[in-house]
Design a protein around this ligand. Structure first.
Ligand SMILES: [Fe+2]
Ligand SMILES: [Fe+2]
Length: 233
């Protein structure tokens, strides 16, 4: 069963641990409860029943308005069509690249693509999309920043090994995330623009980094993003 924790006002982290490799891994989705609720990441298709049950603990699934994700991969958007069916007035929200290359074809309804810097207002929460191609992978990659709580939904950035990590920490996640990259992915698809993309995210001054795999982190997000840039360059 998924764990649910409110990590910022109206922002819920839904987390399921899995033994996908030694040490395990958490798959996290983030639900922003508002007039027009948004789910960031769907979870893999086979996890859909558990994630749906977790969302239902917070609000009726058919109230969902936006199903968003960072890039095309099973854990980010594998159950997109199941969500579009369960929430009939919902629409997929992704980068323009993702919509053009894949989602426009594979999703059961047309997506709402967001351009770099474009705003999406949910009610009290205000989101801004940032294109971050190849950071850490996927030419369609991008992230959402929630401006009222200063929360960066940072997807695969700061992924940490472990199936039972705390929902929110102020401890070290940089070391564990660099370690995970070394052990399992061989690093980032580090493009020539990666440094500038880290600086673009850092400039938003996030207070909470909501990572998709592992604990969310609270602190000086600018400092931590630039530290990850430096660790990788
Ligand atoms: Fe990914
Ligand atoms: Fe992921």
């Amino acid at each position: 069963m998924a764990n649910v924790h409110e990590i910022e006002k109206g922002i819920y982290r839904i987390s399921t641990g899995a033994d996908v490799f030694p040490g395990g891994l958490q798959f996290n989705q983030f639900l922003i409860a508002d007039e027009e609720p948004l789910l960031f990441h769907t979870g893999p298709r086979r996890m859909f029943p558990e994630v749906k049950a977790a969302v239902e603990r917070i609000l009726p699934v058919d109230r969902l308005r936006y199903i968003s994700f960072s890039h095309l991969e099973a854990d980010e958007c594998g159950s997109l069509n199941e969500w579009l069916a369960a929430a009939p007035s919902s629409v997929a929200v992704c980068s323009r690249m993702a919509a053009m290359v894949s989602v426009g074809d594979s999703a059961d309804r047309p997506a709402r693509p967001l351009g770099d810097g474009e705003e999406l207002v949910l009610g009290a929460h205000r989101l801004r999309w940032s294109d971050t191609p190849h950071l850490p992978h996927g030419m369609d990659c991008g992230y959402l920043f929630e401006e009222t709580t200063h929360t960066l939904l940072c997807g695969d950035l700061f992924s940490q090994i472990g199936s039972d990590l705390p929902p929110l920490t102020e401890g070290d996640i940089l070391g564990p995330s660099v370690e995970m990259m070394k052990r399992f992915t061989g690093g980032f698809a580090y493009s020539k623009d990666a440094g500038a993309l880290f600086e673009k995210l850092a400039k938003m001054a996030p207070r909470t980094l909501a990572s998709m795999h592992g604990s969310a982190w609270r602190g000086d997000g600018t400092r931590l993003l630039l530290a990850l840039r430096d660790a990788l360059s």
